[in-house]
Design a protein around this ligand. Structure first.
Ligand code: ARG
Length: 473
């Protein structure tokens, strides 16, 4: 069924019907559409556009449709153009021509975005909840490794020793920024376009504020033309999801590297690996690789919508139908990926002996020598040169910094007195970095406590913002 037959002498060509159809992907908006219909119906009855008696019939049919959509008994047919036409058909099938009254005062232009926003509010909050589980998995692993010291890296080369718990927790902060971005998204976008009609507003929707508040929105959009045009909310949601995807890709990359034979820092649990069809010994880090790979898709979805939106005239243009699939795809993929990544992190077996073994390799304590000299008021640039000479000397003689003798140190520079030797120790180096953001065990465990209280704040924020659908599935 289409919603626009009257002025046409023929239906659309088959190719046009196929091109224009969106029901196969926008059907997932059905629960939200029913919700919007129920609230709109109340307003139509209050204005006597629909009589109380007819309103009762339509309401009953809508609630019945909700149940049948939930159980799969009612679904779209080949002839339905989109979710809106399918639901109107269902309504008319259930209560006769009076079902068509629901269309008064609204257009698919404002309806589709209202549904879409309600869908996004729900699903972004679900993604936020999934992210908190992942952060909890990192927190639990970090807590187990507060006494473990590893080499930290820059340029994937040994840089300075760090507390391994800090290495694990670093992922949590970006992920929690993603959750805060979701809350920001809600603060900015949780405004209803309903009542904008086709573009100019409608005399049959005199109080869009009331409808908005019943639907759980924070208010209404201030300009009906902007209201039906705006897809910033979808693009922003795609950016947030792309950013989450990028963060997950970094988790993936690290797990791939650390679980390699060459690193041997961690074993991924059997439940989160897959095998090879030809090499019986293989245990591949496929979850991590998919986390890395899917980031391309999230970024692509964002790019595709931005290109659709560029230079588009205001109000509704059919191009806008291209807004939903990228969003649905990013939501689906994230909701597939996040539980698997959380499971992989929660069950990973880190191997402390292997991790700590190389903590002092690669002259990772050279900065300690430079810092020691700087504390003696030697300009850091000079101190850096002197520490570099120590490294050069060691490399040439095949020894480590710790093996430098008192005489050798003093020969390199007279300020390199014996006390410097006490600093050439990974634990000392780590413990000396005591600021709130730094790597000492104390700093990292305080930061972990803060991360846990962040989780509590986020959990209560998610439940405060979640609005269950009323008549719904
Ligand atoms: N399926 C359409 C979409 O997703 C619904 C809005 C159609 N509006 C219109 N004026 N043709 O954008």
């Amino acid at each position: 069924m289409t919603l626009w037959g009257g002025r046409f002498s023929s239906g659309p060509a088959e190719s046009v019907a196929a091109l224009s159809r969106s029901v196969h992907f926008d059907w997932r908006l059905a629960p939200y559409e029913i919700e919007v219909n129920l609230v709109h119906l109340k307003s139509l009855v209050a204005q006597s556009v629909v009589s109380k008696e007819e309103g009762g019939k339509i309401e009953k049919a809508l609630l019945q449709l909700a149940t049948e959509i939930g159980s799969g008994k009612f679904t779209y047919t080949k002839a339905d153009e989109d979710v809106h036409s399918a639901i109107e058909r269902g309504l008319i099938e259930k209560c006769g021509p009076v079902g068509g009254a629901i269309r008064a005062g609204r257009s698919r232009n404002d309806l589709v975005i209202t549904d879409f926003k309600l869908y996004l509010v729900d699903h972004l909050l679900e993604i936020a909840a999934q992210i908190t589980s992942l952060v909890q998995a990192f927190n639990a692993q970090a807590e187990r490794h507060l006494d473990l010291i590893a080499s930290g890296f820059t340029h994937t080369q040994h840089a300075q020793p760090i507390t391994f718990a800090q290495e694990l927790s670093k992922h949590s902060h970006g992920l929690l920024r993603d959750v805060d971005r979701i809350f920001d998204w809600l603060d900015r976008n949780n405004f209803s376009p309903f009542g904008a009609g086709a573009l100019a507003g409608s005399s049959l929707v005199p109080k869009p504020e009331k409808i908005a508040s019943e639907l759980g929105f924070a208010g209404v959009m201030p300009n009906s033309i902007d209201a039906v045009s705006d897809r910033d909310f979808a693009a922003e949601a795609l950016f947030i999801m792309a950013m989450i995807g990028v963060h997950l890709s970094k988790v993936g990359e690290e797990f791939i590297l650390w679980s390699s034979t060459e690193f041997g820092w961690l074993e991924i649990d059997d439940a989160y690996t897959t095998g090879s069809s030809i090499m019986p010994q293989k245990k591949n880090a496929d979850v991590a690789e998919l986390a890395r790979g899917k980031s391309g898709r999230f970024i692509g979805n964002l790019t595709s919508l931005l290109v659709v939106l560029k230079a588009m005239p205001f109000a509704y243009n059919r191009d806008l139908q291209e807004d939903k699939e990228p969003v649905f795809d990013s939501v689906d993929q994230l909701l597939l990926l996040l539980p698997a990544v959380s499971g992989m992190v929660a069950t990973a077996n880190f191997l402390p002996a292997k991790i700590s073994k190389t903590a002092a390799d690669g002259f990772s304590l050279a900065t300690e020598i430079a810092d020691f000299l700087a504390k003696k008021q030697i300009p850091f640039a000079t101190a850096h040169e002197i520490a570099g000479e120590c490294v050069k000397f060691c490399e040439k003689n095949g020894i480590t910094l710790q093996q430098l003798t008192t005489v050798q140190l003093l020969t390199i520079h007279p300020s390199l007195t014996d006390e410097v030797k006490e600093l050439l120790d990974v634990k000392g180096a780590v413990d000396s970095r005591r600021s709130s953001m730094a790597t000492s065990k104390n700093s990292v465990s305080t930061a972990l406590i803060q991360l846990k209280s962040e989780i509590t704040r986020i959990e209560s924020e998610i439940s405060r913002r979640r609005k269950p659908l009323s008549g719904m599935i």
